[in-house]
Design a protein around this ligand. Structure first.
Ligand SMILES: [Zn+2]
Length: 312
């Protein structure tokens, strides 16, 4: 049973399993109907019909092209301070300017970055990914792969009407013990915490097709991800990484916020983290783009299905 100690994180053997028949046990009997239209535009909007309580619903998102997603992935810097500035730039390029703030974090050199996309309702969907990294490698997998998607996800959602307020957070100093996310939740009142209907955490994407943690994930959020993946015919499987390391979603789950952790780690690829192998070459670019496509549709779907008013 190998044990790897990296920094202040103790890694023990990865608890790994895949659900034998795909993810069907999470989907129930849903046989959703889907209509996907790809208009002939450079950046097509995706229209999907997905079921909620038997009723199809329409979701609409925009799509950042693969070359742009890869340009952003390649824009990683060699220090946390420079990464923080780069992430601010990417948010601004994506149109998040007035609603972009830096939140100072005690004991951290770099602040959290917070980009808010307002919605009609009070409820919040928070999407997070840390931008700091350990210096053994380049920290592209862990976690420029996750945080550099946040501006593209913002851009994908911003043009369509939405119910929830989306808050995109680049967390600082995750590697020093979830410092940025602990500070973020620590500043929130009980009422503000209760407004968060979902916290979607992105950590270490692109080393394989999309993976999701189920041991600590909220079941409704897992079901929803399964439905969207099935409808878009995008790969998704289950790998529990919680036994080998915590991430920013834990800061929220400790406060009873429903969370879901999306990653790409397997028995083979988790050893890339915190090692010299954490380089751009460790990313499978097509898998990484599939993960983006899945998450951007997933967020729009969550916006539709969460906090629906009870039928009259
Ligand atoms: Zn990480």
């Amino acid at each position: 049973m190998p044990t790897i100690h990296t920094g202040d994180l103790a890694w023990n053997v990865l608890h790994f399993y895949q659900v034998p028949q795909g993810l069907s046990r999470f989907f129930g009997d849903a046989q959703p109907e889907i209509v996907t239209k790809w208009p002939t535009m450079i950046l097509p909007a995706l229209l999907m019909l997905l079921p909620v309580a038997g009723q199809p619903i329409l979701i609409q998102v925009d799509t950042v092209p693969q070359n742009e997603i890869e340009r952003r992935l390649n824009a990683f810097e060699d220090s946390d301070a420079k990464r923080e500035k780069k992430l601010l730039d990417l948010f601004q390029e994506s149109g998040c300017v007035d609603d972009l703030t830096e939140q100072p974090v005690k004991y951290a050199k770099a602040p959290n970055i917070v980009c808010t996309l307002p919605g009609e309702a009070n409820a919040v969907i928070l999407v997070g990914g840390h931008f700091d990294f350990v210096k053994e490698g380049k920290g592209v997998v862990d976690n420029w792969s996750g945080c550099s998607l946040l501006p593209s996800l913002y851009w994908s959602l911003r043009a369509s009407p939405r119910r929830h307020t989306f808050i995109f957070v680049g967390f600082t100093d995750e590697e020093k013990g979830l410092v940025g996310s602990q500070s973020y939740v620590g500043k929130m009142s009980k009422e503000e915490i209760q407004k968060i209907s979902a916290m979607v955490n992105l950590d270490s994407l692109g080393t394989s097709p999309t993976k999701v943690e189920v041991d600590r994930g909220a079941k409704n959020l897992l079901n929803a991800l399964g439905i969207v993946a099935t409808n878009l015919k995008l790969p998704l499987s289950v790998v529990n990484v919680h036994p080998v390391g915590r991430s920013d979603s834990d800061s929220f789950q400790d406060r009873k916020v429903p969370t879901i952790g999306i990653h790409s780690l397997t028995n083979e690829t988790f050893r890339i983290l915190h090692s010299r192998r954490d380089q751009i070459g460790a990313i499978h670019l097509n898998d990484y783009y599939d993960t983006y496509l899945l998450i951007r549709a997933y967020l729009a779907y969550l916006d539709q299905i969460l906090d629906r008013p009870a039928p009259q």
